[in-house]
Design a protein around this ligand. Structure first.
Ligand code: PEP
Length: 266
């Protein structure tokens, strides 16, 4: 069982425009997400700066991705600088420079649509930690993998890639600054939420893996979010499970009232 504070993330994905982002921030500021919960919202990059300056504390801002220099031929660390000839990318050091405290990494949409593999996600996590960013790292299986009984194998492989890159000597430690979001791909944006029992079983497996492969301390301190069609109607039942320490919310995070209700479900 985890010991950390409940944490709810809002992943706005590639949605919104100047007017709707402004309205959403205003609505969030006017609402009540409750105490005793960490709240993190992730606008598209272009609106991150606006959210940083307008979103009221204690709500915090996340980026939805960060670049890390990585090619298959050269698997060495590049912790000195990740700026350079990477057209279209935004680096972790830029996020640090702008004062963005959080970053979501390894979202399944980036893994499947943009081809990010486990190793790349592991390197991104370690690199973001090196720049002092707090990280929400997403893991999860496809429907095909679940039906083949491979769910935990897939997740353990994704976690292994992170654990292999995080190196306390390079100040890229775990601790409460790395949050794991369990997001079964078949439940993302589908309206098909995993059952509390399904989620609890996976979360308990993740926590046991952390205990066996990282440390007991990290297994207790690490918050594990569930993501996949979470809404204001199903959040309370899910939040009762002992190893669900929060949610990562897509669709419902674009509605300030629904999102606030989810934040208060702990
Ligand atoms: C997500 O994108 O992280 C997500 C969980 O989306 P949704 O809540 O829309 O299923």
């Amino acid at each position: 069982e985890g010991t950390g504070r409940f944490i709810v993330g809002g992943n706005w994905k590639c949605n919104g425009d100047r007017a709707s982002v402004t309205a959403l921030i205003e609505a969030l500021n006017g609402g009540d997400v409750g105490d005793n919960v960490d709240v993190v919202v992730a606008p598209p990059f272009l609106y991150v700066d606006q959210a940083l300056s307008e979103l009221k504390s204690p709500m915090q801002v996340a980026a939805q991705n960060a670049w890390v220099e990585y090619t298959l031929e050269d698997e060495t660390h590049h912790y000195d600088s990740d700026s350079g000839a990477f057209t279209g990318e935004v680096s972790a050091e830029m996020l640090e420079d702008m004062g963005v405290p959080w970053v979501i990494l390894g979202h399944s949409e980036r893994r499947t649509l943009l081809g990010e593999d486990d190793t790349m996600v592991g390197k991104k996590v370690a690199h973001a930690r090196f720049h002092g960013l707090s990280v929400i790292v997403c893991v999860g299986e496809s429907l095909e993998q679940r039906e083949a009984g491979a769910t935990m194998d897939v997740i353990f492989k994704q976690l292994r890639a992170v654990a292999d890159e995080i190196d306390d000597r390079e100040h890229s430690s775990w601790g409460s600054q790395v949050v794991i979001a369990y997001e079964p791909i078949w439940a993302i944006g589908t309206g098909k939420v995993a059952t509390p029992e399904q989620v609890q079983a996976v979360h308990a497996g993740i926590r046991q893996w952390l205990k066996d492969n990282v440390s007991e301390e990290v297994s207790k301190a690490t918050r594990i979010q569930y993501g996949g069609s979470v809404n204001e109607g199903n959040c309370e039942t899910l939040a009762r499970e002992s190893d669900i320490d929060g949610f990562l919310v897509g669709g419902a995070s674009l509605d300030a009232t629904k999102f606030a209700q989810i934040c208060k479900s702990s």
